[in-house]
Design a protein around this ligand. Sequence first.
Ligand code: GN1
Ligand code: MG
Length: 371
Amino acid sequence: MNLNHETERRLRRVAEQFSLEGDIESIRSLGDGFINDTLLVRTAGTAPDYILQRKNKSIFPDVPAMMENIRKVTDHIRRGVVARGGDPMREVMTVVPTRDGRLYFVDEEGEYWAVTIFIADTVAYNRADTPELARKGGEGIGKFQAQLADFTEPLAETIQGFHNIRYRFGQWDAVLAADPAGRKASVAEEIGWVESRRREMLSFWELVEQGVLPTRVTHNDTKINNVLFDARGEVLCAIDLDTVMNSTCLNDFGDAIRTYANTGAEDDADLSQVGLSPEMFRAYTDGFLSQRAAQLEQAEIDYLAFSARYITYEQVLRFLMDYIDGDRYYRVKSADHNLVRTRAQYKLLQSMEEQYNEMCAIVKEVAAKYR
Ligand code: GN1
Ligand code: MG
């Protein structure tokens, strides 16, 4: 999208704070993120182009700690890529510091900005149209987790209780009690969808709390458009590392299934389009386990299929909670966008519940192939 002159001038001043190579030619907005503002900074000549992001400080309360997480994790991955003879400019994100050596810049309005190198000749998808793409996506996230399997530095919790349903219920109960937008009465049925599964979802999370399911370094936002593919359809790297934290690696699997194996869109208004495709589920599982099966514990394999239900449920709760809260978290395109998203994710959840036995059988079969 083209920006007006005043905006572009302001953005140039921000971009110039960073140690960019080459002169800035243009700045335009990019991508479909729901949280940050993402811009593409084109430079002259052979210098790389850059991604400039305004980090959403109302969602990420400690941007410096978040950027430090990203730096640590990308440095670690880069060392591995170099050791294997890969291309460190394409197979991992590169954080570009400011001219005075910081990982972020705070402008006069108190907004936080960060820059990474733009990896050229890549594609990001919003949906998977072929099982091959889903398989590659699974491989990509599996590889990302494997690259961080020996990462031992501490990571900050960038968003408290991000995939912790116990914590989410705390927020949920508070929002419902306050009903700040006066919308609660109109979504009684939808609230019932969440409440009727509360116990079941807490039981899953207890396995993480008790250590039955181990905690690892995870991406935590693995929807399909957070992975970059090259022109040949190979996965280059995971992007959008803002939520890299310690959690169960099942969340990265489950969250990806929400997009790779959904026959409709995340916010499909036509619910007849929405459902879980077992074929795509199998393909993603195959790619993921091809990279991870040897390192995962049996309990993780056993709960892999359930994790797709868990994260889809969490997404129903988060979209509905934001609707009730008056749309303060997610960027929306219409007044009922969060409600449309809620219903579409609920349809997907129901489809997973109906096909759960088959999903479990697929995981078993695929795991046997790699273990
Ligand atoms: C957000 O930033 P983006 O658009 O990649 C969200 C995810 C949700 C997703 C829903 C930090 O991801 O958790 O699953 O939207 N990220 C954050 O599509 O809340
Ligand atoms: Mg994103």
